[in-house]
Design a binder for this molecule. Structure first.
Ligand code: ADP
Length: 569
């Protein structure tokens, strides 16, 4: 290129004579990188990482602009002026990349110490950029300033790029070792992007400029490097965008980005000539398709994962709220139940005390009087006392029954099982208690039980009351004939109580044990006494003993047979 042969440029770099490829390579680079930088920045303006990214993209665009100016402008003073910025931009970019990686890895600003190191490294650039040490002149004939660059200075700022690459590599490796799987992936992607970016700048660009200087490359081929750098940079940004979900870029944006890149690179085939160019663009083109596909899949997967995670988080949150509410309600309900329970228990205890205590006292005094401990009683008095005692016994039993029923209905068992309870003695006691009643009634009461002792796990008083109730009922509802009680053991204990009484209608049999305070019509008519609690209570007690109770009857007037089955000890 010979500067003075170029026509005058408008707006710094528009020249009718400049090859189209030149603009094609530079202008989209500037636009896309600025767009990405601002886009990312706008999504989270307070984030230091986003600001650093904006600084990097802006500097990169600036570099591309001045690169274009140096290629198209004919004013040597302007070229010289902008050329001197190259070193400053490159050294700033190197340091900013290190800074960026620090913030990315540590999620916080760097320490003051590191900032001082950064500034120290940049100082030569700031001081020398505008001096002859950077650039001492311009070759108007050949339209370049390469020969006027001071080599040590060039080595210095090129080394900054290499230093950045090494520094970043060390930081990445150090963090990678202790990172979580997800973060490891981010480190690899970001690391690759930034290292390639630096490589394209500091190695490729300088290699290219060197090769041009020694005549291996022709001028126009140099444009590839700007473009190459841009592509890697865009790659890098694309990865960033994926990884930092805060930007919230959806699949569509990634797709658009990939298509734009493919179109940009593809269009190059129309501008270029020469085998090397075709190979370079061809490789880039294939590369961008592969990368685009990878990027697209990766974004898709990440978005799906993110959405799944968000959904899961939402579900968990909702479940947590529901559970919390349910728990609160449960706690409230439990508290209310507890209060109710306490009140009921208190009431039960109170009733127990109020009703049973005087009855027990009366019974005790009767015992005292009958026993003659407080003076000998005449026969009549003893008879009356015995009646009082019997009535009191019945009342005590009634009270106990009511209290037990109340307990069962509250869902609490009044039964407390103890092992090795002897059944024969219980049966004997019941028999001696009821024998006289049967005799008085003119019916028989027969008991048949094995000679050997039968033991079971039981609440002695409760099981006695349960069996007593059944036999008592049979006597009560049997006007003539009598009651047979049979105790058998065969794996379990079976007690059969059959009577020749009024019988039970079939439709009543099923629900006979279900509720308290229910009485048969016949029973009501014939036998005024009774409250309809005996069967319910007996069945509850037997169930609490892990036993079974059921009844069979051939119908009214044909007697009934009650069966009790209890597990053996
Ligand atoms: P109660 O005997 O106080 O009425 P139960 O709960 O002991 O209460 O009995 C409920 C009902 O079952 C009785 O009213 C009666 O109709 C019927 N029943 C119980 N046992 C017999 C029996 N052995 N023969 C006929 N009916 C009976």
């Amino acid at each position: 290129m010979i500067c003075y042969l170029y026509p005058e440029t408008t707006y710094f770099f528009f020249s009718s004579d400049a090859p189209l490829l030149l603009y094609y390579a530079h202008i989209p680079t500037i636009i896309i990188s600025l767009f990405v930088g601002f886009f990312v920045f706008w999504n989270a303006r307070n984030s230091l990482l986003n600001r650093l990214l904006l600084a990097i993209t802006t500097l990169f665009s600036f570099w591309t602009i001045i690169n274009l100016i140096t290629w198209t402008n004919i004013h040597s003073s302007l070229i010289l002026f902008v050329w001197s910025f190259f070193s400053l931009i490159l050294s700033l970019l190197a340091i900013l990349c290190i800074y960026f990686i620090y913030v990315f890895l540590e999620k916080k600003d760097v320490s003051d110490k590191i900032k001082v190191i950064f500034l120290t490294l940049l100082t030569p650039s700031f001081i020398l950029a505008s001096t002859n040490f950077n650039l001492s002149g311009f070759d108007i004939t050949n339209c370049d300033a390469f020969k006027f660059e001071w080599l040590p200075f060039k080595i210095y700022y090129t080394s900054l790029g290499v230093l950045a690459m090494i520094w970043i590599f060390v930081l990445l490796v150090r963090k990678y070792r202790v990172a979580t799987t997800n973060f490891k992936k981010q480190i690899v992607l970001i690391g690759m992007g930034i290292e390639l970016f630096l490589f394209s700048f500091f190695v490729m660009v300088f290699l290219a400029s060197y090769l041009t200087q020694i005549g291996v490359l022709q001028n126009s081929e140099l444009e590839m490097y700007g473009l190459f750098g841009m592509l890697i940079f865009i790659t890098y940004l694309g990865i960033l965008i994926i990884e930092f979900k805060a930007f919230n870029v959806k699949l569509i944006a990634t797709q658009a980005l990939v298509w734009v890149l493919i179109a940009l690179i593809g269009a190059e085939f129309f501008f270029i000539s020469g085998l090397i160019n075709y190979i370079l663009v061809g490789i880039t083109f294939i590369g961008i398709i592969i990368f685009g596909d990878l990027l697209f899949r990766s974004v898709k997967k990440e978005i799906q994962q993110k959405e799944e995670i968000e959904k899961m988080a939402e579900d968990i949150k909702r479940a947590y709220i529901v559970e919390k509410k349910a728990k609160e309600l449960e706690i409230k309900a439990n508290e209310e139940l507890k209060n109710l329970d306490i009140t009921k228990n208190q009431f039960l205890l109170q009733t127990q005390h109020d009703l049973r205590t005087p009855l027990t006292v009366i019974r005790g005094y009767c015992d005292l009087l009958i026993g003659g401990n407080v003076g000998k009683q005449n026969k009549k008095t003893v008879e009356i006392l015995k009646r009082i005692q019997s009535v009191t016994d019945n009342k005590i039993r009634d009270v106990n029954n009511f209290l037990d029923i109340a307990q069962f209905q509250l869902g609490k068992s009044p039964v407390s099982l103890k092992p090795n309870i002897e059944l024969s003695s219980i049966i004997d006691e019941i028999f001696s208690g009821l024998e006289t009643i049967a005799i008085e009634k003119g019916i028989y009461l027969r008991i048949e039980k094995p000679k050997e002792s039968i033991v079971l796990e039981a609440d002695r008083e409760k099981i006695k009351a349960a069996i007593f109730n059944i036999i008592d009922n049979s006597i009560k509802y049997t006007p003539k004939g009598g009651v047979d009680v049979k105790v058998e053991t065969n794996g379990s204990i079976k007690i059969t109580i059959s009577d020749t009484g009024i019988g039970i209608p079939q439709d009543k049999i099923k629900t006979l044990f279900d509720t308290a305070f229910q009485r048969g019509e016949e029973a009501k008519k014939t036998f005024a006494k009774g409250r309809g609690v005996g069967l319910y209570l007996s069945s509850q007690i037997i169930k609490a003993h892990k036993g079974k109770i059921w009844v069979e009857s051939k119908g009214e007037g044909n007697g009934s047979t009650f069966y009790i089955e209890l597990p053996k000890n």
